[in-house]
Design a protein. Sequence first.
Length: 355
Amino acid sequence: MRQLVLELFFTITFSLMHVRGHIAPWHKGMYCLNGTTPDVDDQTTNEAVNPLYQLSREDWWFHHINKCDEFPPAPGDFLELPANGEFTVELAVNRAFTSLSFNGEHKATFADGQDHPGLGDRPSNGDTPPCIVEPNIHAQNESMAAGSAFAISYQSDLSKVTPENLVVFTVAYNTPWRLIATYSVPNLPACPPDGCICAWGWVPNGCGEPNMYMLGYKCKVTGMTGTAAVAPAKPASWCEDDPSKCTSGARQLIYWNQLEGNNIEVSGTDLAGDPRSPAYNTKLGFSNGAQTDIFLNPGSATQTSVIPGPSSTSPPTSDGLPALPESGAKSIRMGVAILPLCALVVSLGMVLTVL
């Protein structure tokens, strides 16, 4: 009886995760990895995935709306950026579906802990696939995923980061899509001794609210670092129809559809006939992969060799929390009524204390 109630409890809990699901890149170097409750390591947190829309500059900047920016990673935990190499993050709707929770037992192909065979396949009649809502990735298929980016600031104190010193250094077209996402790194110079501040950005293209995402990380460049400093960043500009209008060189993340602090405005339709939506792709002149045009002259930074730290991809050791039953991770459905289920979860929790 206790096992049955426990499995039902976890199944409902996982269902509630998916109803709120959006996307964030999970890594031990991220802000609010453990959630936003002091002194609590929440293995099922999704505080980092909430989108940003029509907010004040204070609230959207580094996801301050829910105090995510006030919960830095543990000392010594960094998102490591191998100069001229690659790094990997896990794009998920909840920490529970990553290697950073439950020893990675509930990872799957996609962001919601499921494999979704045929996700995004074109219907037999040739029509465009419908918008995907599970997981909520604001796209109809992989080719229509808008793209995402990481930016770096050579400041160790988040309060000193500005749009001008936070420079996009890598772009991954057609993301978010699968759980595992890999980004290429240009020949970045070394960070200060206490590391750099990085941020992830994503602006979905349709399939829901026209919001944006911005999430912070402590990061550092590793390996044999570059000799050219990163230039100040300028706002990107719409140039899909005329490449000569593209902003060249170092560019800022996209700040869009907020109450204040936007750095781009668009109107009209794109070449496909859809409403214009700025994105980390050719529409704003971003190339795929490492951004190699972001540097000042060679010699403006000192080359050094930075030894990587412990593996950033190894799942954490067990902390005594129970592993979720497989049935809980694989029986998630979006058509769940939140309030009745919340009440049921509370009731089940009370039952578990009695059993």
